[in-house]
Write a protein that binds this ligand. Structure first.
Ligand code: CDP
Ligand code: CDP
Length: 226
């Protein structure tokens, strides 16, 4: 039987990770796991519980009780906190910024990484995030680092919001993206970084289809080499 790979897609905000991972997973019959959504759900829980980021004992207690589940149905990841589906709630803009701060806390990362390894180690998974190829699965079969110029990523987010009927200043989005890039790259534990053996793909000038096509080619090469 064909080997079922573990594919890591890392990169900064709005570089196209989730769109690409979802489409590639569909093409390969693999499962897509959105690890960013897990950090977002943690951030939402902290916000709802009114826990400050400095209150480490309260955060550890929260993590112990945290009932976070990723339901994988087809290409969609539904994120549940207890019995509540929070898939939409975690996409709020304030959660993006909070998730970036929450994800720098070692206790949070340890718990999330443990869950990610439990879910995906059998293979047949595409995971996207910041530290998949460097930390969560350093032995992943294929590691991709997606990136694009910050201005292009900001414009993509702006367009995404506009299509949802949300008008937001492009410069404000660019500033938030830069701030998140900085936070994610400068934290001490598992920062956003290019793994030594990752293939870097700058998609500033690529359409989504072109990008998925080129990754699919890399997957086929990887399978042939196995
Ligand atoms: O989709 P977008 O790039 O805007 O963000 P996301 O992938 O949903 O991740 C939200 C935040 O979670 C990021 O800014 C990171 O700080 C954090 N994250 C992380 O630290 N490690 C991961 N593997 C995934 C996300
Ligand atoms: O998951 P991540 O935050 O890295 O990015 P995403 O949510 O997949 O992509 C952000 C936006 O950029 C989406 O609206 C994509 O449709 C768009 N995109 C694009 O226009 N061209 C690409 N080559 C990749 C993504």
């Amino acid at each position: 039987m064909e080997k079922r790979l573990i594919i890591a897609i890392d990169g900064p905000a709005a570089s196209g990770k989730s769109t690409t991972a979802r489409l590639l997973a569909r093409r390969l019959g693999y499962v897509y796991l959105d690890t960013g959504a897990m950090y977002r759900a943690c951030a939402l829980q902290l916000l709802r519980d009114g826990i400050s980021l400095e209150d480490l004992p309260a955060i550890e207690a929260m993590l112990k009780d945290l009932d976070i589940r990723v339901e994988i149905s087809g290409e969609e990841n539904r994120i549940l906190l207890g019995t509540e589906d929070v898939s939409q709630a975690i996409r709020a803009n304030e959660i993006s910024q909070l998730a970036s701060s929450v994800s720098a806390l070692p206790a949070v990362r340890h718990r999330m990484v443990e869950l990610q390894r439990e879910m995906a180690s059998a293979g047949g998974f595409i995971l996207d995030g910041r530290d998949i190829g460097t930390y969560v699965f350093p032995n992943a079969d294929l590691k991709i680092f997606l990136t694009a110029a910050p201005e292009i990523r900001a414009h993509r987010r702006w367009l995404e919001l506009k299509n949802k009927g949300v008008e937001k200043d492009l410069d404000a989005i660019l500033a938030e993206i830069k701030e998140r890039d900085h936070n994610d790259s400068s934290r001490s534990l598992a920062p956003l970084a290019v793994a030594e053996d990752a293939i870097v793909l700058d998609n500033s000038q690529l359409t989504i289809d072109q990008q998925v096509e080129s990754l699919h080619g890399l997957v086929l090469q990887t399978l042939e080499a196995k």
